[in-house]
Design a protein around this ligand. Structure first.
Ligand code: UFG
Length: 326
């Protein structure tokens, strides 16, 4: 297949491009490099441009040979979305509509969308399945849910098939050591802990230890980036085969507290580092764990990196062998 990966120079997109190319697909990355890295696109063709730019999109779609689009070019910082909602609505909603319009103009009817656990808001119950209420508590979550709703309507009206994949906590790095997580600023727990372990950061701050969880710190469901990408590949195949849209929650179904993640990072890295307790970060639910039964059954998807040690190990190798040398 020929697949357009929008945001293919970012963390998840770059791993996806590699997996698609290694499976024999023809891949084009479109990325404006606002957060992505040119050198993270190691496979296929690269086009520098914005997903909200009609001209760039028309030039990519004009040959009529694109079979599917995967969209990873969303802004992802919850806190920033609260302070700068316009930025999030423009990029995550308006520009995504421009992309979808271009797909319709060029009759490309298969779309895979990076959605998020943030569409569920504060959970009514965990693990969270696909039927759970969808009531986001921040603009980031709203933008992702809006696009999910747009996609429901575009399926009915225009026959545009979509699969929305609600990621819980994507983590880890390419086991080959070629790719990894490089967010600036970095806000995610595992890379920040590993920066403390490697000495690039003075300490790791725990945002709140008074939550209603076993050790008082927030519990999250960490899923390895390669497992996430495998779910995308399977979802695309299934969507084309069934000619039907779908929505799946993606996680390992197992929660780890911030303190447990720190313990795993200490064991994997063999390093000790300072831990500081800070006040809660606004908008953090106490527990977010996926019920990924549907994805496992419908896609025959089985995470390979099902334990947290193996996820953290790949991220640690990336920290030591790449980031520390920058
Ligand atoms: N945390 C700390 N210290 C830090 C960073 C994070 O204690 O320095 C805690 C957070 O408070 C949270 C947990 O570690 O309890 C995980 O935080 P991350 O920022 O790594 O991940 P989130 O669960 O906040 O965010 C993830 C995705 C987002 C998405 C969100 C949906 O990374 O893109 O899930 O809820 F929006």
């Amino acid at each position: 297949m020929k697949i357009l990966v929008v945001g293919g120079a970012g963390y998840i997109g770059s791993h996806m491009v590699k997996q698609l190319a290694n499976a024999g697909n023809d891949v084009i990355t479109l990325d404006n490099l606002s957060y992505g890295y040119r050198d993270a696109v190691k496979y296929g063709e690269f086009v520098e441009g914005d997903l909200g730019d009609d001209k760039v999109l028309d030039s990519i779609f004009k040959n009529g040979d694109i079979d599917a689009v995967m969209h990873f070019a969303g802004f992802i910082q919850v806190g920033e979305s609260v302070v700068k909602p316009a930025m999030y609505y423009h990029n995550n909603v308006a520009s995504t509509l421009t992309l979808l319009d271009a797909m319709l103009r060029h009759e490309v009817k298969n779309f895979i969308f990076s959605s998020t656990a943030a569409i569920f808001g504060e959970p009514d119950y965990t693990p969270i399945d696909e039927r759970h209420n969808k009531q986001p508590i921040n603009p980031y979550g709203h933008t992702k849910l809006m696009i999910e709703q747009v996609l429901d309507d575009y399926d009915r009206a225009y026959g545009l098939r979509s699969t929305c994949l609600r990621y819980f906590n994507a983590a880890g790095a390419d086991p080959d050591g070629e790719l990894g997580e490089r967010h600036i600023p970095e806000t995610h727990l595992i890379p920040l802990i590993l920066q403390a372990a490697s000495g690039r950061r003075e300490d790791i701050k725990i945002f709140g230890d008074d939550y209603d969880t076993d050790d008082g710190t927030c519990v999250r469901d960490y899923i390895h980036i390669n497992d996430l990408c495998t779910a995308h590949s399977l979802a695309l195949q299934q969507m084309i085969k069934n000619d039907a849209s779908a929505r799946y929650n993606l996680g390992n179904g197992k929660g780890f507290s911030v303190k447990q993640v720190i313990d795993v990072a200490r064991a994997v890295s063999g390093a000790d580092f300072k831990v500081t307790i800070e006040p809660r970060r606004e908008g953090d639910p106490a527990v977010l764990v996926a019920d990924a039964t549907l994805a496992k059954q419908a896609l025959d998807w089985q995470p390979e990196f099902a334990n947290l040690d193996s996820i953290v190990k790949t991220a640690w190798d990336w920290e030591v062998n790449f980031l520390l040398k920058q």
